[in-house]
Design a protein around this ligand. Structure first.
Ligand code: SAM
Ligand code: SF4
Length: 377
């Protein structure tokens, strides 16, 4: 029914204006997504040629998940029972390359490679080399840091990868085991961070997901680590994106609470240099010590109004928002050799349909089916 209505209105403008828009929005709230193409953007928007959404935001940042596989089973992300997709479902190197080019043709300037665990993607080095030759303003990657080799890190840097972010949620080995449910130790991840620096990556970042009564008591230890090793530590509020679906508001230690806990040890001053689209509000130590601290507050202080991101999963589903229930499949287009124009129009339509915000904490909020590992953080 929904698919039929889209096809008969495909070339009209009124999905995005007037009463149709309201009906469409109501349908989106009440029905699961069945269609595999986004409702068309307005003719005006299509002719602009850029990835704009219907709420006035411009998409310039692509988050590309290169695998759904992971060697960790972090409690807040990936349940041990989760099955990975069959390999043939995942995109190939040439398909990722085509997607990046198509997005860049429509205004994307920055790329983050993620997963799952991106270092498990067999053609990662080739992908970094291909993307590195595309004149992006920035290319970064997020990893759990289980293993980085010096030569490989140097090669990534030479190929154009500019920044590495490491996820690390605890500095205590017993907690590392219980949070990640892996054999990787804190020392191994800290060693990977050292290797990244030795390879020439500027001030590596650490992402810490802060959870009350799990690791919330370690935030001052992480601030101390930032000071000692000149690191950029980002404290992220726990979001309802785990496959165990056991998120509760009471587990969220807010960014404000985290900053207060750190400020009872060191005085912080706002960092003067954040970009408007930055999700992180950054602070430095008043005493001039090394290190920078960032606070990411998607739950307590949503920053959806400044969001400039589009996400594409490892099997080619476009997700305009982390919390989207709508997603559209690029893979059939890639595999039936659609033209670049068709592919780019599909991306324009998907961007146009980005939802205004995530609605966490509101009555209508529903956690998406996918976990963070299957979306790409
Ligand atoms: N495996 C890589 C890693 O862990 O760095 C990359 C993928 S992981 C999904 C990307 C980021 O998402 C990580 O920094 C992770 O901590 C974060 N993340 C995962 N689940 C989350 C959740 N429920 N709330 C907040 N952040 C989450
Ligand atoms: Fe894997 Fe990263 Fe999710 Fe942890 S946060 S389970 S390392 S994808």
């Amino acid at each position: 029914m929904k698919g039929m209505e889209f096809s008969c209105l495909e070339s009209t403008e009124h999905w995005t204006t007037g009463p149709w828009r309201i009906i469409h929005q109501q349908m989106r709230v009440s029905l699961p997504t069945l269609e595999s193409s986004p409702p068309p953007a307005s003719l005006h928007q299509r002719s602009s040629g850029m990835l704009l959404d219907s709420h006035g935001r411009t998409i310039t940042d692509l988050r590309l998940s290169v695998t759904d596989r992971c060697n960790f089973r972090c409690t807040y992300c990936l349940d041990p029972g989760v099955r990975f997709l069959p390999r043939q479902e995942l995109l190939h190197l040439d398909e990722y390359v085509r997607i990046i080019k198509a997005c860049m043709n429509r205004g994307v300037r920055t790329l983050r490679l993620t997963g799952g665990e991106p270092t498990l993607y067999p053609e990662l080095d080739e992908l970094i080399a291909e993307a590195g030759s595309m004149n992006l303003d920035d290319m970064a990657m997020t990893t759990n840091g289980w293993s980085i080799q010096l030569d490989r890190a140097r090669q990534w840097l030479d190929s154009g990868l500019r920044r590495l972010t490491f996820s690390l949620d605890t500095l205590r080995e017993d907690r590392m085991k219980s949070i990640t449910r892996s054999k990787t130790t804190v020392q191994q991840v800290l060693r990977s961070i050292d290797i990244a620096r030795e390879a020439g990556f500027p001030r590596p970042k650490i992402n810490m997901v802060v959870m009350r009564d799990v690791n919330g008591d370690e935030v001052a230890d992480f601030a101390k680590l930032a000071r000692q090793r000149d690191l950029d530590v980002r404290f992220i509020e726990f979001m309802p994106l785990g496959s165990a679906r056991d998120w509760t508001a009471s587990t969220v230690q807010t960014a404000l609470e985290t900053r207060s806990a750190i400020e009872s040890n060191w005085k912080l001053v706002p960092f003067d240099g954040d970009q408007v689209s930055s999700t992180s509000v950054n602070w430095v130590f008043e005493d001039g010590a090394d290190g920078k601290l960032g606070f990411i507050a998607p739950v307590s202080q949503p920053f959806c109004g400044a969001c400039n991101r589009l996400r594409i999963t490892a099997e080619g589903k476009i997700r305009p928002c982390l919390f989207s229930h709508d997603e559209w499949d690029l893979k059939p287009m890639l595999r039936r050799s659609s033209s670049s124009d068709e592919l780019e129009r599909f991306l324009i339509d998907a961007a146009w349909n980005k939802q205004p915000g995530h609605a966490i904490g509101e009555d209508e909020f529903r956690q998406p089916e996918r976990s963070m590992s299957a979306i790409g953080g």
